[in-house]
Design a protein around this ligand. Structure first.
Ligand code: CA2
Length: 145
């Protein structure tokens, strides 16, 4: 059976490709999902790709990944910088976790420089644009061996 990867996206990422293209580009989240689904097939992985605007929903999805997903790729969006709850949920997950940001957060406002999630993440990516999702998926395949 193919190993399952969960790609989880936080608040406002549903607007990707529709607003602030100078920061986040023109690609939509649906485009990203399509590209990742195709790549997952090539890598022999199964994919669940989700987005929510709600912190509790993200916590629920991280918990649900336990025992189901081999790895999690997460762009917690603004919750990166605020949510101990998302960190605590990730700490209860056993597989590899990749934290991903589309923009180069360290070149942006100071409040984006701290991440609670980085304390748990096995790898952190920032500034690769939406292409970062496919890079993260390749890295996840490598982590899983
Ligand atoms: O660079 C990233 O991926 C971020 O996680 C995106 C978050 C931001 O709060 C983080 O600091 C960095 C924001 C996601 C909002 O996405 C939008 C996309 C298009 C238009 C408006 C918001």
């Amino acid at each position: 059976m193919a190993r399952m990867i969960h790609i989880l996206n936080g608040p406002n990422l549903n607007l990707l490709g529709q607003r602030e293209p100078e920061v986040y580009g023109h690609t939509t989240l649906n485009d990203v999902e399509r590209g990742c689904t195709a790549l997952a097939g090539e890598l022999g992985l199964e994919l669940r790709f989700l987005q929510t605007n709600h912190e509790g929903q993200l916590v629920d999805w991280v918990q649900e990944a336990r025992g189901v997903a081999a790895g999690i790729i997460i762009n917690p969006a603004a919750l990166t910088h605020t949510s101990v709850a998302v960190l605590d949920a990730l700490n209860a997950f056993d597989g590899p976790v990749i934290e991903l940001h589309i923009s180069q957060v360290h070149r942006r406002e100071a409040f984006r420089h701290h991440s609670y999630v980085s304390q748990r993440a096995d790898a952190v990516m920032a500034g690769f644009g939406t292409h970062g999702y496919e890079l993260a998926l390749r890295q996840m395949a490598y982590f899983l061996g």
